[in-house]
Design a protein around this ligand. Structure first.
Ligand SMILES: Nc1nc2c(ncn2[C@@H]2O[C@H](COP(=O)(O)OP(=O)(O)OP(=O)(O)O)[C@@H](O)[C@H]2O)c(=O)[nH]1
Ligand SMILES: [Mg+2]
Length: 316
């Protein structure tokens, strides 16, 4: 059976399919911009600006893109609207390349035991699902993965992660509902270290950035983990629901202000026309978008490759 993993050849097909709704919407809007126009003029640019903003690219990033296209128009004198797709693709790709530069490589380095990823975000954004998908991908890479059920807030949360652990075939460390999440994290790291695990992924309860006690809890989990592995967590992965568009943007802003987020994952890009948000978030934040979720299935997670993403978005 074909696998649609982060490294597989079928990746592009899955990405194209996952971005279908966004592509459809962007193309429909773009075709309206150029109808009856042969040349990229001010009116085309104005309308293009609207298309990008209404595609959730975000105002700041949209203005940057429009400025670049304006410059090209004035340099190249005559730019036909038939080339607009290509120009747009090129300019967005090069804009994104200028930021947090490198595409992600999956090398983990931890001096002192397993590489620890703590997963955070607001309720329902896809934290637990992303953990399941990640565990699966890492396992396929031959890594020894441990999961920690530090979302002890709801009974169902532990059950949900347990289902993923069983599906993927990796160990999970858990305590009862209502137990101290920091204690679960401590147990998980202790077990993982004793068993020479390569990667530990810690699930946490959904929380809002402005709930002070819940945000403090993250700090406590971190501190307790460091008793086992002094430089843990090596990654704090903030999960954002891409289908919420500008809301995801806001969450990224607020969360990164109060926690040391090191990477972002954008979920639910399938089934939404708001996929443009990946462009804006990737442009506006220094913290890299590392993963994208493009479906509910175990294989539906990819490493975010900026160039491939833009190519997919603007290819018919
Ligand atoms: N279509 C789609 N659905 C997704 C994706 N990622 C997660 N979901 C769905 O989103 C819903 C919520 O996912 P969870 O993983 O439970 O989210 P969570 O952040 O752990 O939620 P809490 O633990 O309640 O805070 C589930 O129905 C998932 O199947 C994705 O990339 N695409
Ligand atoms: Mg969860």
């Amino acid at each position: 059976m074909a696998t649609f993993g982060i490294f597989s050849n079928e990746k592009k097909e899955t990405l194209d399919k996952g971005l279908e709704k966004t592509k459809e919407s962007v193309f429909k809007k773009l075709s309206r911009v150029v109808v009856g126009k042969s040349k990229v003029d001010d009116e085309v640019l104005d309308n293009l600006e609207e298309v990008l903003i209404s595609s959730d690219v975000g105002v700041n990033t949209t203005l940057k893109i429009i400025k670049r296209i304006e410059e090209r128009v004035s340099n190249e004198k005559y730019l036909g609207t038939s080339e607009l797709n290509i120009i747009l693709k090129e300019e967005i790709a090069s804009l994104l390349e200028e930021n947090n530069s490198e595409n992600i490589d999956l090398s983990f380095s931890s001096s002192n035991g397993p590489y620890v990823i703590m997963v955070v975000g607001v309720n329902g954004v896809g934290k637990t699902t992303t953990i399941g998908k990640l565990a699966h991908q890492f396992k396929q890479l031959g890594k020894n993965v441990y999961l920690g059920a530090a979302d002890t807030f709801r009974a169902a949360a532990v059950d949900q992660l347990t289902i993923w652990a069983d599906r993927v075939g990796v160990p999970i460390v858990k305590q009862g509902m209502g137990s101290d999440p920091a204690s679960v994290a401590f147990d998980t790291l202790t077990s993982a270290k004793a068993n020479n695990a390569d990667i530990v992924i810690i699930d946490t309860a959904g929380r809002l950035h402005n709930k002070v006690n819940l945000m403090n809890e993250l700090g406590k989990i971190k501190k307790v983990m460091q008793k086992v592995i002094s430089d843990a967590p090596h990654e704090i992965l903030l999960i954002l629901d891409g289908s919420t568009g500008q809301n995801a943007f806001e969450q990224a802003k607020q969360f990164t202000n109060v926690t040391d987020v090191t990477a972002l994952a954008l979920t639910k890009l399938d089934g939404t026309a708001k996929g443009g948000v990946a462009i804006g978030i990737s442009d506006q934040f220094k913290i890299p978008v590392k993963y994208i979720g493009i479906g509910e299935g175990i294989e539906d997670l990819q490493i975010f490759n900026k160039k491939e993403f833009v190519d997919s978005l603007f290819s018919k």
